[in-house]
Design a protein around this ligand. Structure first.
Ligand SMILES: N[C@@H](CCC(=O)N[C@@H](CS)C(=O)NCC(=O)O)C(=O)O
Length: 222
């Protein structure tokens, strides 16, 4: 099974961590987002949205990290995507919550433009206004995560064991580390991130990103 990825990408990290823990061997094929490889005709033919990740299983091509997570969990019969309808619906609800609201405000609105200014608006006044609005909304989503979604006993959204939304969500939530987001007001989020970082698949999914994060932080400090 092949996955076209960019090392450290927020939407590839969940797939790579989950696959490592589910015992699914992935052949990772790099797509360089920095040189525009993803907008070239070869990759666009696989993924017209020109984004990573894209999975190839034989002649079956699948995009969207949530869909890929569900596919890998189904293939491996993983309890991270339960079969019981209400439990499965809860995981789907959490995946959608991260992928629509949280990602839009926290990742795309508040954090990415600070780390990669080309993802922000050209007009600094517009960007400042967007950033203020999205930071406030991102903090609200972080509070919901802390107070409503990560209820005790935790430490995962799925309780004692992570579900697919834990794999996706922790990649989105840790993006803030690249911009020194202050996690102190969110103790359950901190506990959750620590629990995910302690899992056996963390390095496989997030090792390259940690190197990138540390580089960004060292540049900012210099
Ligand atoms: N909805 C897609 C979003 C994927 C996505 O945003 N990928 C980013 C990397 S984290 C990307 O490829 N960006 C390149 C671009 O949009 O130009 C998913 O969940 O897989």
């Amino acid at each position: 099974m092949r996955v076209y990825h960019f090392a450290g990408s927020t939407t590839c990290r969940p797939v790579e961590m989950f696959a490592a823990e589910a015992g699914i061997a992935l052949q990772l094929i790099p797509v360089n987002l920095m040189t525009g490889e993803h907008v070239g005709p070869g990759y666009t033919a696989k993924n017209p949205s020109q984004q990573v990740p894209t999975l190839e299983d034989g002649d079956f091509v699948l995009t969207e990290n949530a869909a890929i997570l569900r596919y890998l969990a189904t293939l491996s019969d993983s309890p991270a995507y339960p079969k019981e309808p209400k439990a499965r619906a809860r995981v789907d609800e959490q995946l959608d919550w991260f992928n629509t609201g949280f990602s839009r405000e926290f990742c795309y609105g508040a954090i990415y433009p600070r780390v990669m200014p080309h993802l922000g608006y050209e007009d600094p006044a517009v960007q400042a206004a967007v950033n203020a609005r999205c930071t406030a909304k991102g903090e609200r989503f972080m509070r919901i995560l802390d107070q409503d979604m990560l209820k005790d006993p935790g430490p995962f959204l799925g309780g004692a064991e992570p579900n697919l939304a834990d794999y996706m969500g922790v990649a989105y939530a840790t993006l803030g580390e690249m911009a020194r987001f202050d996690y102190a007001p969110y103790p359950r989020v901190q506990r959750w991130i620590a629990a995910m970082k302690a899992r056996p698949g963390w390095k496989a999914g997030h090792g390259a990103w940690e190197g990138w994060r540390d580089h960004v932080l060292s540049q900012a400090a210099a």
